[in-house]
Design a protein around this ligand. Sequence first.
Ligand code: F6R
Length: 367
Amino acid sequence: EKNGYDHFMLKEIFEQPQTIFDSLRGRLDLKHEQITLSGLDKISDKLQQANRIIIVACGTSWHAGLLAEYVIEELCRINVEVEYASEFRYRNPIITDKDVIIAISQSGETADTLVAMETAKKQGATIFGLVNVVGSSIARISDAGAYTHAGPEIGVASTKAFTAQLAVLYLMALKLAEIKQTISSETYQVLFDDLAKVPKYVQWVLDTQIDSIKRIANKYMDADDFLYLGRGYNFPIALEGALKLKEISYIHAEGYPAAEMKHGPIALVDEYLPVVFVATKDSYHEKIISNMQEIKARKGQVIAVVTEGDEVVTSLTEDTIAVPRVHEIIAPILSVIPLQLLSYYIGVGRGLDVDKPRNLAKSVTVE
Ligand code: F6R
């Protein structure tokens, strides 16, 4: 049931304050400032001694994995590799019993992810599954795991499952950092508090930014190409924004690390190219502002997701969408919301079936 929404995709985007809350509930104990994740406890020794964590996934779930690489390496000081499941399974990867695999999947049935896990398991690795569908194949073959509590995702393009994955990955990183004592109590506190407030902040975006997003969608919906740029924690969100646009609007879009622009993609920039910057305030903010100026100098159109109150970026372009100010590690779970909505309104504007884009299946059970 669409519950009064025009499409499942829109309904699922709007459910995110609740689905993120559900994924944190019972795990983020506000009273004792503690994180409980029984699945993680089960492999806690393995994780503490792990040589490395290998994340395997496909598509949007792979983007969640890429962000987790940045976050786990920073907070837990464990080497993390992120692998496309389809590549990993076929290239005779080097795996030992000191490796921990985290498989991320909404459906729990993605064939490549499943086989990648089996391959690693045969070679002695410990397997952790982060899955949305209860009792799915990936959940069943994992040694331990955690469910995202996003509820059924009907829209073919993944939205609420992605933010639920990020919520649980943040919990895992924080918990592991606490156990390994690789995080200061101040940073722990800030991240814990920000994470607890994410549902409220997502609601703020949904309550206040829709008009700007619709206006921007209208302005650019006839473009043939889009570029999405971000640095650091926001780079995986640039990739996810581009994927969402391709799926929903059939507009060609590419995501890049902002600094890579100079190494090729800048040749594409002309007055017809909209460039979406994921530009919330973080340690690289000045650098991303200079990337914006480079685009503007070549007459490209700049669209930016910014931290609320960012006057510098708002003076560079009228096309901004704001998200609340949070720690830079938590910001990506907010920055992705406007990009989901931008794709949605562009797809609807172009008269497309956003819930069932052509050629796509909700769960890819064949390779
Ligand atoms: C993108 C999308 C796909 C899936 C991918 C993995 O919107 O839906 O890219 O993310 O097929 O699916 P799961 O997470 O079910 O393994």
